[in-house]
Every structure is written in structure tokens, then in C-alpha cells.
Design a protein. Structure first.
Length: 180
């Protein structure tokens, strides 16, 4: 199954145009839901697919809830210092950043267009180098999460483990629905 078919699960506006013939071969949202239900997806995998491929914020919040405890354990196990236990929002920021890095590849500055308006002219977006696809790296991750670079680098190893965990969930989910 192609992940593009998941978009059929999103709400559509009504179509008032008269159709010339009925299409009985159409795939319905119910067909896709039944297919997903038969694939043996974990809650994490299901929420990930719905969040990423239907742009569903509720599923994204559910995915965050699904993985937060495991991700927090990565930070706590690796960094048994006061910073992790005293700054609860720190782990949330890292987990949200990792989710964004895997799910949101469109440049947030040009909204995927590759160019921005600057005064009276259109210029290439400097954040994505005109591709429309945002590239996450150590130079912008800390800024996105509103943290300082030194603090980010201190937790980079744990962040990479969280990022890998989320990518593994995505790969597992895609392999279960036959879209690798």
C-alpha cells in the first residue's frame, strides 16, 4: 500500500458536481482503515503513519505520548545529572524536535516554495538553499528548539538515539504496510 492512500482518511469537502458514472472501484477511508487494522501495526506505528501522512495533529500528539516515556528514559539513563531531572521541558523539546525532523521536511521559512519575498523581489530561501526541503543539522537544531548550542551538544548523543528510535518506528510501519 502506498502511503499516499492514507490521505483518503482525511476529511474532504463535499463535491457538488454531477458525476457521469459511478465508480465502484474507489478506495474508501473505511477500506484503508480496515487495511491498516489488519497489518499488525503497534499504536506507535499507527499514530506515526496517521500523523505524518495525513497531517493530523491529534495523531501527532498521540504519537508524542506513545514515545515520550521511552525517550525520557534514554535521557535519564544516559545523563543522571540534575539538569534532566530539574528541566522537564528539556526532554520534551528534544522529543518534539526529533518528531519534527522525521515528519516535517518542508522548509518552515519558505513553506516549501524554495523562495521568499524580500522587499520587492523574490530571492532563494537561504534556509533550504532553494530546494523547499529543510535540512536539519547541528547548526539549526538547537535554535529550532529554543536552546543554546552548548546545551544541545551536551545532549546530542541522546537526541540521536531518540531520532533513531523514531526513524525505526517509521521504517517498521512502512514495511508492515508494504511501502518501504
Amino acid at each position: 500500500m502506498k502511503v499516499e492512500l492514507l490521505t483518503l482518511l482525511t476529511a474532504k469537502s463535499m463535491n457538488y458536481e454531477v458525476s457521469s458514472s459511478a465508480n465502484h472501484d474507489a478506495i474508501t477511508p473505511q477500506d484503508i482503515a480496515a487495511f491498516l487494522g489488519s497489518r499488525g501495526l503497534t499504536t506507535e506505528e499507527y499514530d506515526f503513519l496517521i500523523a505524518k501522512y495525513t497531517d493530523n495533529n491529534y495523531a501527532r500528539a498521540m504519537f508524542f505520548d506513545d514515545i515520550f516515556t521511552d525517550c525520557a528514559d534514554i535521557f535519564i539513563k544516559d545523563k543522571k545529572d540534575k539538569l534532566v531531572s530539574s528541566d522537564k521541558l528539556l526532554v520534551r523539546a528534544f522529543v518534539n524536535l526529533a518528531i519534527s525532523e522525521v515528519m516535517d521536511n518542508v522548509c518552515p521559512f519558505c513553506l516549501g516554495r524554495g523562495s521568499v519575498t524580500s522587499g520587492d523581489k523574490i530571492v532563494k530561501c537561504e534556509h533550504c538553499q532553494g530546494t523547499g526541503q529543510f535540512i536539519y543539522d547541528d547548526n539549526n537544531r538547537y535554535e529550532i528548539m529554543g536552546y543554546d548550542k552548548k546545551g544541545y551538544m551536551e545532549f546530542k548523543k541522546q537526541y540521536m538515539k531518540v531520532l533513531e528510535k523514531i526513524k525505526d518506528i517509521e521504517n517498521s510501519a512502512l514495511s508492515k504496510i508494504g511501502d518501504e
